[in-house]
Structure formats: structure tokens, C-alpha cells
Design a protein around this ligand. Structure first.
Ligand code: PLP
Length: 417
């Protein structure tokens, strides 16, 4: 029998791999009878909670009616309805919706759209500007625009070169001026891609809406396309539906995935402004946007996303988000008492902190120790190196939040030295 090779898992360490047999709300029920609090929304995908009945019903209904259909030159009702419904959630400038299957593919699509735009305008540009510590996915293009490190060292020969601006410090002048310099170079960049407000896998690093706006303004002033990767930040994580809203920024291209279906089933959207679509619109077939994958706009996934939008409309989702944010803020103050916890930061439903460590970055020995410590307490918190963060589904109860906070305080006490 073939053995399963798990992602981001070093099987050589012999770590136990728990089996989940059922999930509901914030809880993961394991084969050995434990109920584990999902403090990281199962890799940031779950928004309303596991197995939300409205999304489950939409999936069941759609699966029985139309399961899958080629999307090149064909269409179906769930995709049409979803595109129309997304119109109520997105800025009107993002007038075109391109479907794919994951956050990484949403990013690949964005990069191809940007280069296709300049190519079709007959002003070829190929340079892409990225932010230090970024993560945009694990496919080759997405890795190319992400930070280089232990994750992708072996694949470096496959990655294309990018220009990197530093992560913003203080008022972000370091980042903004670096972008300005790159934009004013002899060969202007095609686009800049950023994770707005919070850099996720790079360590839950937070920067301000003012800086985001200044970066977008700088790009716009130089006619450089602004790509917002909201794969992690989108669907409420930072306190607003999309992080860009807090900065009053409308990107030229916006990537979303994860919470688009409430986190139940894979689907991604790359939303683009009219000029980008128009540059590809032509009777000339060579100007086609050449991208697809087999399951593009899968009807079942579109039905799930449509049900997700219904939940945003009909349930007090924003209230739940605001409540989590308020609880995080209060707990963050409490954490100040722990001398071995540094740089506590919060943005909406995301709370992160660094456990003081002697080093090692992502491969810090503390990370696996903390993971095990939390797992032993039936908490799913998966540190990024020595950074512990909480990013719960919005249905989380006060008692479940308390359990997460208590677990973190216990870890702070346990790993004090
Ligand atoms: N972009 C960002 C900001 C992400 O955080 C992630 C995944 O965590 C991705 C892209 C890649 O998404 P996926 O894992 O669905 O390919």
C-alpha cells in the first residue's frame, strides 16, 4: 500500500499524525476521542466554522445537479450567480472575475495577467516588485515572488528574479522610498505584489493601512500595477472583509482563495480591473489570456462560495469578527506581563507574538516543542518558528478563546527560559 506523504511534514522525525474523523464549528474530533480547538482555522481557510450547514447543503445540492463542466467557452449558473454576488462585495473597479483552484494559482494568474497586460499593450515589462518576508504560495511563480529561504532553497534554479523592497519599519519610509526608486528606474516594473496589512507565513508581520496606501499610491503614480494578495487577509481576517479596505486601496488585481468558500472546498478568484481585461480583449486569438486548470470554476465550489456570501449577508459575521478582535486586544495587554513574549501584534482576528528564542528562524527547535505542548492540551496552534499566532474561525466561543489564551499563557510559563 502506498504511504501518504504529508505537506510541510518531516516524516523522518516520527511525529504522530492525528486522524480527524469529524469537525464541527471550532472543534476537530479525532479517532482517539479528543476534541481539538482549531485555533488556526485549519491553515487559515475556515471562516464561519467547520461544516457550516448552509455551505454543506449548497455543496450537496449542487453535486446532485451539475458536478463539473469545462469552463473554457462554457458557463454555468453557480459561476454566473457567484460573479454577480461578488459584485456586492468587491469594489466596482474590479470588474472581471477569473476562477482558479488555490491561493497559489490565484497568484500565478495575477502575475500572468500583469505580464499579459503589458505584452498586449506592446510595452513589454517583466520586472515584479515584492516585499521582504512575503509568502504567496508554493507553485514556481508564487514561490518566485515570495521570500527565499529554507523552504525553496532546493528549487532556487527554477525561480525567476524579482526586486525586493524591505518590510516597512516605523512609518514605512524605507519601503516606500525603495519602491519609488525601483519605479523610477530605466525599466519600470510590471507590477508590485503585496500581502496587505499582514504578512502571513512570513511570521504574521503587521504594517499599517497608511503604509499600504502609500505603496499603492507610489505604484499608481508610476503606472505600475498593484496586486493585492488577499488569500490570507481576505474574508474578514484583518477586521474588514478585505484588508485593502482599511487603506482605501483598490488594487488593479486582487487574489482571493481560502475563505472564499468559507473554507470547505477549494476555489480561488483573481479579480481584475477593466484595463487588464481590455488589454486581452480582441478578435486576435494570440491575445487570449492563456491560463486554465481542469477544475476552473467547479460548480460545486462556486455553489459553496455563493452560500458563503449568503452567510456574510444574513448572519452577524462582522459582529463575531469585532468580538474576537476585542478579546484579542484585551489578551494582548495581559501578555505584556510575560518577559519571554515579545512583539505582540494584532490585526482584526489575527493575534501573534514571538516567544523569545535563541534563533533558528522557521527551524527553531522551539516551534515543534510549542506545537506538541499545544497539541497535548487539545489545541491546534501551529507556530511559525518561534511565532505563535491565533486565527480562529469566527464561530469560536468565549470559552474556546479562553482555552487558547490559557494554553498560550501556560506555554509562556513553561518555556520561560
Ligand atoms: N498567498 C498567501 C498570502 C497565502 O497565505 C497563501 C497560503 O497560505 C497562498 C497565497 C497560497 O495559497 P494556497 O495554499 O491555497 O495555494
Amino acid at each position: 500500500m502506498p504511504e501518504i506523504w504529508h505537506p510541510f511534514t518531516q516524516h523522518g522525525l516520527g511525529e504522530p499524525i492525528p486522524e480527524v474523523i469529524r469537525a464541527e464549528g471550532t472543534l476537530l474530533h479525532t479517532r482517539d476521542g479528543r476534541a481539538i480547538i482549531d485555533g488556526i482555522s485549519s491553515w487559515w481557510v475556515q471562516t464561519h466554522g467547520h461544516c457550516h450547514p448552509k455551505i454543506v447543503a449548497a455543496i450537496q445540492e449542487q453535486a446532485a445537479r451539475l458536478d463539473q463542466i469545462i469552463f473554457a467557452g462554457w458557463t454555468h449558473e453557480p459561476a454566473q450567480q457567484l460573479s454577480k454576488a461578488l459584485g456586492d462585495f468587491l469594489p466596482s473597479d474590479l470588474s472581471h472575475i477569473f476562477f482558479s483552484d488555490s491561493g497559489s494559482t490565484a497568484v500565478e494568474v495575477a502575475l500572468k495577467m500583469a505580464l499579459g497586460y503589458w505584452h498586449n499593450l506592446e510595452q513589454p515589462r517583466s520586472r515584479i516588485v515584492v516585499m521582504e518576508h512575503s509568502y504567496h504560495g508554493d507553485t514556481i511563480g508564487a514561490m518566485s515572488v515570495g521570500a527565499r529561504g529554507v523552504f525553496n532553497r532546493a528549487y532556487a534554479p527554477l525561480l525567476f528574479d524579482v526586486e525586493t523592497i524591505p518590510f516597512p519599519v516605523d512609518d514605512g519610509a524605507n519601503s516606500i522610498s525603495a519602491l519609488q526608486q525601483l519605479c523610477e528606474g530605466s525599466e519600470p516594473p510590471a507590477a508590485i505584489i503585496v500581502e496587505p496589512l499582514v504578512l502571513g507565513a512570513g511570521g504574521m508581520l503587521v504594517y499599517s493601512p497608511d503604509i499600504l496606501r502609500a505603496l499603492a499610491d507610489t505604484a499608481r503614480a508610476h503606472d505600475v500595477l498593484f496586486i493585492a494578495d488577499e488569500v490570507m487577509t481576505g474574508w474578514g481576517r484583518t477586521g474588514t472583509l478585505f484588508a485593502c479596505e482599511q487603506a482605501g486601496v483598490v488594487p488593479d488585481i486582487l487574489c482571493m482563495a481560502k475563505g472564499l468558500t468559507g473554507g470547505l472546498i477549494p476555489l480561488a478568484v483573481t479579480a481584475a480591473s477593466a484595463p487588464i481585461y481590455d488589454a486581452h480583449f480582441s478578435p486576435d486569438r494570440s491575445r487570449t489570456f492563456f491560463h486554465s486548470s481542469s477544475f476552473t470554476a467547479n460548480p460545486i465550489a462556486c455553489a459553496a462560495a455563493l452560500a458563503n456570501l449568503g452567510i456574510w449577508r444574513d448572519e452577524p459575521v462582522q459582529q463575531r469578527i469585532d468580538h474576537i478582535a476585542a478579546r484579542h486586544r484585551a489578551f494582548a495587554e495581559q501578555l505584556a506581563a510575560h518577559s519571554n513574549i515579545a512583539d505582540v501584534r494584532q490585526c482584526g482576528t489575527i493575534l501573534a507574538m514571538d516567544f523569545v528564542d535563541t534563533g533558528g528562524g522557521y527551524l527553531s527547535a522551539l516551534g515543534p516543542q510549542l506545537l506538541r505542548f499545544f497539541a497535548d492540551r487539545n489545541l491546534l496552534l501551529r507556530p511559525l518558528g518561534n511565532t505563535v499566532y491565533v486565527m480562529p474561525p469566527y464561530c469560536i466561543t468565549d470559552e474556546e478563546l479562553d482555552a487558547l489564551y490559557l494554553g498560550i499563557e501556560a506555554a509562556a510559563a513553561q518555556f520561560a527560559d
